[in-house]
Ligand binder design. Structure first.
Ligand code: OAD
Length: 235
């Protein structure tokens, strides 16, 4: 099936593959972060309760990598698409980096949280993260020493789900970029969008676990396939 390039409302879901060429590691590829770290120790509330210093060390390293990284042509193309189609493009990302924003995108929905934000595990207050975070830093609101990264861990509810589901219901094109289709609920968005009547397109380096659920797919590095697709949409 070919995909119409004249969508009125587009929802884009991005994953780690979008930022791979900016030098940020993916999770499940060869040498991915989850081949080098135990996700139960660094990306769960239980891991944080056991060893908060280890968890902060992991995310402090991610934050340092992110500060050194630059947006790549795929981030820039998505920001261009959003500018060219005001109020018609919803950008949802599983990524905790801010490379889409640094490429000029606005209102990016960070469903798995953001490295640039801190969250008080005691009272739920949020604030801008320091470059290096530690659990003992007192919360600016309740002053308790329970600082954690504002990242959604395994076993926690992703953020902004109502907003995302509303956008999926309204979409007539859903595009997933650089995500392996292993983590729900994001991996289920293709079915929600298709059920609501949207066409669906995967852009990835290689087929994801859910590729068969998409109407069409294109394979290649994000820095190539994303600008090509955006150029087609914008004609
Ligand atoms: P994964 O590491 O699971 O998948 C990365 C995807 O990007 C794979 O499908 C690769 O083929 C693709 N890829 C790699 N390099 C690429 C490139 N240059 N261009 C295009 N695609 C490329 O990452 P995600 O699917 O984003 O959650 O992972 C989802 C969630 O699992 C993450 O948000 C994170 C992780 O555990 C949490 O930490 C809660």
């Amino acid at each position: 099936m070919t995909i119409s390039m004249r969508a009125d409302r587009v929802v884009v879901l991005t994953g780690a593959g979008l930022s791979a060429e900016s030098g940020l590691g993916t999770f499940r590829d060869k040498d991915g972060l989850w081949t080098r770290y135990d996700l139960n120790e660094v990306a769960t509330p239980e891991g944080f309760a056991r060893n908060p210093a280890l968890v902060h060390e992991f995310y402090n390293a991610r934050r340092a990598n992110c500060l050194e990284a630059r947006p790549n042509p795929a981030h820039e193309a998505l920001a261009r698409l959003q500018r060219a189609m005001p109020d018609r493009v919803t950008l949802v990302t599983q990524n905790v980096d801010d490379l889409l924003e640094r490429a000029g995108a606005v209102e990016v929905i960070h469903m798995h949280g953001e490295l640039t934000r801190a969250l008080c595990a005691a009272c739920g207050h949020r604030w801008d993260a320091t470059r290096v975070m530690e659990v003992a830093a007192p919360c600016p609101d309740c002053e308790r020493p329970a600082t954690r990264p504002d990242i959604v861990w395994f076993g926690e509810m992703p953020y902004h789900m109502e907003r995302i589901e509303a956008a999926l219901r309204d979409a007539d094109l859903f595009v997933a970029i650089g995500t392996s289709g292993n983590v729900y609920p994001a991996a289920g968005f293709v079915q929600e969008a298709a059920f609501a009547g949207a066409e669906t397109l995967e852009l990835n380096l290689e087929p994801s676990a859910t590729v068969s659920l998409f109407d069409a797919a294109r394979f290649g590095p994000a820095s190539v396939v994303v600008p090509d697709w955006v150029a087609e949409v914008l004609g």
